[in-house]
Design a binder for this molecule. Structure first.
Ligand SMILES: NC(=O)c1ccc[n+]([C@@H]2O[C@H](COP(=O)([O-])OP(=O)(O)OC[C@H]3O[C@@H](n4cnc5c(N)ncnc54)[C@H](O)[C@@H]3O)[C@@H](O)[C@H]2O)c1
Length: 252
């Protein structure tokens, strides 16, 4: 799954799945622009990536802002001349509340980051790839909560269902220009986000995923390997796909 000589763009790269993806892409030979709104997390992620022999740079960017996302894509192109692949992992978990307890501020925050953010990223990334006339590959990190409902946060589930709609629609619209757009749907993954969710429920990570068929959460590296495959030549005939990587959570 070589990405040798490719330029990659990863959002949410300061932590968790995004960070593991940036690392996996760099180890596969890509130059990676690590994008996140958290500057100090980005600095740590870039240092770790370079320590592992990878190459890349960082760009502070809030994916809610279309101008900032376009500037981040322009930054990658300015440094490398082209954009070949992108993974959109920036997201927030919302809050563990039933629908009647969710307020508009929570709904707007979750939709703004998880759905509008991916919409901004797709538009900037696809626009750049079309201008290069050489195709490209994009992976959106959705969620098992984009396939089934959530007992924890309806707004989060709705935002991730929306990400799948964006993924499939973009795949239909730009497949003819060889831009492939796919999604990965994890259930629990051992990241800071999962730790926050589990601790807000008064539980600990050790029992996370106990009820899944495989009896555990995924690791961020496992999700990164799915994103890497989807951006590789091995997935050249795959677009509009929704890849469940959820330790069997949605198999039932
Ligand atoms: N961890 C899980 O159990 C799990 C399960 C399914 C899906 N996901 C999805 O995977 C993605 C990554 O989650 P994670 O577990 O790595 O979370 P995380 O909290 O560890 O990392 C998320 C990163 O996104 C960044 N971010 C948040 N809002 C941003 C914004 N507006 N602009 C730019 N960056 C922003 C954060 O600063 C952070 O570095 C999310 O989209 C999440 O919904 C996670």
């Amino acid at each position: 799954m070589s990405l040798h000589g490719k330029t990659a763009f990863v959002t949410g790269a300061g932590s968790g799945i995004g960070q593991a993806t940036a690392m996996a892409f760099a180890q596969a030979g890509a130059w990676v622009l690590l994008v996140d709104r958290d500057e100090s997390a980005l600095a740590g992620a870039l240092a770790a990536l370079r320590q592992g022999g990878g190459q890349g740079a960082t760009m502070v960017c809030d994916v809610r802002q279309g101008d900032a996302v376009r500037a981040a894509v322009a930054c990658a192109v300015q440094q490398r001349g082209a954009l070949d692949c992108a993974v959109n992992a920036a997201g927030v978990e919302g809050a563990s509340k039933t629908l009647l307890d969710e307020d508009e501020a929570l709904f707007e925050q979750v939709m703004d980051i998880n759905l509008r953010g991916v919409w901004h990223c797709l538009r900037a990334q696809i626009g750049q790839m079309l201008s290069q006339r050489a195709g490209g590959a994009i992976v959106n990190i959705a969620s098992a909560a984009g396939l089934v409902g959530s007992r924890r946060c309806a707004a989060y589930s709705a935002s991730k269902h929306g990400v799948l709609g964006l993924t499939r629609s973009a795949a239909l619209q730009y497949g003819g220009q060889r831009v492939r757009i796919n999604a990965v749907c994890p259930a629990g993954v051992s990241t800071d986000m999962a730790r926050r969710i589990v601790s807000s429920a008064g539980q600990d990570m050790a029992g996370g995923g106990r009820n899944y068929p495989l009896g555990r959460y995924s690791t961020p590296q496992e999700i990164a390997s799915g994103a890497l495959w989807l951006c590789s030549e091995g997935a050249a005939s795959t677009t509009g796909a929704v890849l469940s990587m959820d330790c069997g959570f949605t198999a039932a």
